[in-house]
Design a protein around this ligand. Sequence first.
Ligand SMILES: [Zn+2]
Length: 276
Amino acid sequence: MSRNRKSGATNTNGPECMAHGKRWRSRFHCILNQLRMNKEISKLEKSDIDRIPFAVCTCTHTSKGVPIEPDRRWESFPDGEYQGAERYFEEFLEELDKSTELYSLLKYHFSDLQTQGQLAGKSSARRFLLLFQKIHLIGDRELSRRSRNRGDPPQSRVADRVEQTVHLASLKREYIPLYLGSSGRKMRQYLSGKKKVNVTLKVEEGDKVFANIACRSKDAQAIKEKLVTEAEALAERRRIHEQTRADYRSHHGLGVDDWMDTNNESNGEDEDEDES
Ligand SMILES: [Zn+2]
């Protein structure tokens, strides 16, 4: 339309989102209200009106800063279709009863959309006109049904959690208090930076220690490796400690009962062998 091209100079900010842009959202609401109140003419149902704001939204982020998946569907329509939809709306207006509020308000806002550069490219206003044409002309509501899928729907978050049981082969059952640390302090260190993790240790078949790990699937491998590595490191420290004790005992010719072990595994929770 030559009219809006000429007046493009008045458009300093470019087309904005009809549903959320500061300059247009209230006027867009007015347009939708008029169409809703005259649904026998507009052929828009309430469910259409409810869906349209999001369907034509061109925002890249929500008001809370969450990214919105761009709606690629609009790119598949050539410019000629958008231009055709604009002509269609003009003709729709001209066929209205000129004495009605519906006509005067729609005419007023539509003229401003044209002169203020809102009908350009695949702008929000143009999306609306194309969507309107599809519903009004052929009852095609597909464009109003924009997916709210942002690539991370709730069901995939649930599926994104995994549970695994890992045999901590190095860990003797009597090492468990050392391994967990006082009040689980060490376990929290092993898991630092990982969210929504739940680890339970259990002893089976007499002395085998298993860790049951529930966590996000992207963390599963790292957590498993960390727990195994820490168990091996602890077992190694205990081995050295017990070797040293045995050496000391044989060197001094002491019997088992003579060894003053202030650092054995049974009071291990208080042992601070933690280097970190
Ligand atoms: Zn928007």
